[in-house]
Design a binder for this molecule. Structure first.
Ligand code: TMP
Length: 213
């Protein structure tokens, strides 16, 4: 896909607990920079001072819509203050979680209305849609085992297995409904290097990076 104008590409990493998004994001950003593509890495919730404060707030138990709005507040701030300006300057942005997380966790996981969440998401993001979503799929029991012993973080990370099964189902439903080529699913039970190679190959194609990079 060729883009018109100076806009950079917007890449989103998604997946359940312990899928390996953060490490993959750092590896991909490093490889993009090494290929001469200016890259900015951000995470949700977070990436801005209010977003990081919301991460602390989310450690407490909130009602489902309060929790959803907290994630949306962090997203609205991140889109306006960091992501849009970066894309407009021509940078590529790698974002660890975005609107699909809210659909999977607050929609499928908590049972909030998918229609209302879609509307709220569209407002919070000013309609911004990723050029590519890389979804790391993992059985929840494997991901939760990887994260065992970790303290803190949003309450969503500490729910029971049934909740995380619903989240996984939520991702799969979104994957099934996504326009062709906009989502890449990777089996995250594979070795880290294999996951990275599959993701990198997709970026090489999307950004037309010469194969020898
Ligand atoms: P992470 O930093 O390990 O990805 O954790 C973020 C947690 O927040 C994870 O449990 C998923 C959850 N989350 C939501 O429930 N809804 C959202 O919209 C986002 C961005 C994250």
């Amino acid at each position: 896909m060729t883009k018109e104008g100076p806009e950079g590409h917007f890449i989103v990493l998604e997946g359940g607990e312990g899928a390996g998004k953060s490490l993959l994001g750092a590896r991909l950003a490093g490889r993009l920079e090494a290929s001469g593509i200016h890259t900015i890495e951000v995470r949700e919730p977070g990436g801005t001072p209010p977003g990081e404060q919301i991460r602390v707030l989310l450690g407490q138990s909130l009602t489902p819509w309060a929790e959803a709005f907290a994630f949306l507040l962090a997203r609205a701030e991140l889109v306006s203050e960091i992501i849009k300006p970066a894309l407009e300057s021509g940078a590529t942005v790698i974002c660890d979680r975005f609107r699909a997380s809210t659909v999977a966790y607050q929609g499928y996981g908590r049972g909030l209305s998918l229609k209302r969440l879609a509307e709220a998401n569209a407002s919070a993001t000013q309609g911004l849609v990723p050029d590519m979503t890389i979804y790391l799929d993992l059985p929840p029991e494997v991901g939760l085992r990887r994260k065992q012993g970790e303290q803190g973080g949003p309450a969503t990370g500490h729910e029971d297995i049934a909740f995380h099964e619903r989240v996984r189902d939520g991702y799969r439903q979104q994957l099934a409904q996504a326009p062709e080529g906009s989502w890449l699913e990777i089996d995250a039970t594979q070795p880290r290097e294999v996951v990275e190679t599959l993701a990198w190959n997709a970026l090489v194609q999307l950004l037309s990076i010469p194969a020898n990079k």
